[in-house]
Design a protein around this ligand. Structure first.
Ligand code: NAP
Length: 282
């Protein structure tokens, strides 16, 4: 598995999402095992948020990382837009750290744009860095015009990541946002990389193009969707699963390299728009 360097840490090419995990006591052990299976398989980036289950997902992460070398993990959490200002962000960050059983976050993201000015959020993020509570900061759900605005404010260029919805069936970012982020060397965390198991784009998992490629490689449609994202420089997919078998399947996608012909077949079946489209969100 090839690791990427960011914030002084190494990140496996595929991370783990946690939305909806940790919320149901009945599934807690199973979900814990799924995350730990991922860490063992090299998926050391875990993405969570104060929003997920009102902190329940962060608590699950805190349990999952017990016993692991913290320096080898890459933990990402997100702050609600209304907490992303001087009044609340420091407390929010500390609450997240406490729930995750850790004393620093590798990356802290503004979950989406709210009414607090970027300049205030960026200043607070830099202060969190100075205090050692976070190593880096980034944003989520920001489109190209928002990113350009962020770059113009003091400290805005320190943004390391934009976490955005990106999957084979939703390729609007390829028109302008992805090239912009690649040019600025800002990593793209692709959320909903499996289109929520196809729910966000009917027919995606079952499409003949995806199935044929999967069959050629002895792989699964989910692995083809992840391999498609891995073919784009600077993109880190963060699939979520509560099942260890699916975690292993997702980790295995890092070993799948699609040929130029296969990528062309996916382009033909799911073309990227040739004009500006609004950022897709969940
Ligand atoms: P996703 O990862 O595209 O899809 C999750 C679904 O796929 C689950 O139903 C899961 O079910 C299933 N699945 C996982 N692996 C599979 C496999 N190998 N084969 C078949 N099904 C599989 O969707 P997501 O959870 O919405 O997005 C991923 C992560 O991105 C989130 O968990 C969260 O961390 C982040 N996110 C961020 C934002 C944001 O605003 N920044 C928004 C949405 C998501 P099983 O449990 O049954 O495997």
């Amino acid at each position: 598995m090839q690791f990427i360097t960011q914030s002084g840490g190494s990140i496996g090419p595929i991370g783990q999402g946690t939305w909806y995990l940790g919320e149901k006591p009945h599934f807690f052990q199973q979900e814990l095992a799924a995350l730990q299976t991922g860490i063992d398989a090299g998926m050391n980036l875990i993405d969570t948020a104060e929003m997920y289950g009102g902190g329940a997902a962060e608590k699950l992460v805190g349990e999952a990382i017990r016993g692991y070398d913290r320096e080898k993990l890459y933990l990402v959490s997100k702050v609600f837009p209304y907490n992303a200002g001087r009044k609340n962000i420091f407390q929010s960050c500390e609450n997240s750290l406490r729930r995750m059983n850790t004393d620093y976050m590798d990356l802290y993201l503004l979950h989406w744009r709210g009414s607090i000015p970027f300049a205030e959020t960026a200043e607070c993020m830099e202060e969190l860095k100075e205090r050692g509570l976070i190593r880096d900061w980034g944003v989520s759900n920001l489109d190209a015009d928002d990113m350009e605005e962020l770059f113009r404010i003091p400290g805005g260029e320190s943004c390391r990541t934009d976490q955005i919805l990106y999957h084979l069936g939703s390729r609007g970012i390829e028109f302008d946002l992805l090239p912009l982020l690649q040019k600025k060397d800002i990593s793209v965390m692709a959320y909903c990389p499996l289109a929520q198991a196809g729910r966000l784009r009917q027919g995606l998992m079952e499409s003949p193009a995806v199935r044929e490629i999967a069959q050629t490689h002895g792989a699964t449609p989910a692995q083809v969707l992840l391999a498609f994202l891995l073919s784009k420089p600077g993109v880190i997919p963060i699939p979520r699963t509560g099942k260890a078998s699916h975690t292993l399947e997702n980790a295995g996608a890092a070993r799948l390299t699609l040929t130029g012909e296969e990528l062309a077949a996916l382009d033909a079946a799911f073309p990227a728009p040739k004009h500006k489209t609004p950022l897709d969100m969940q």
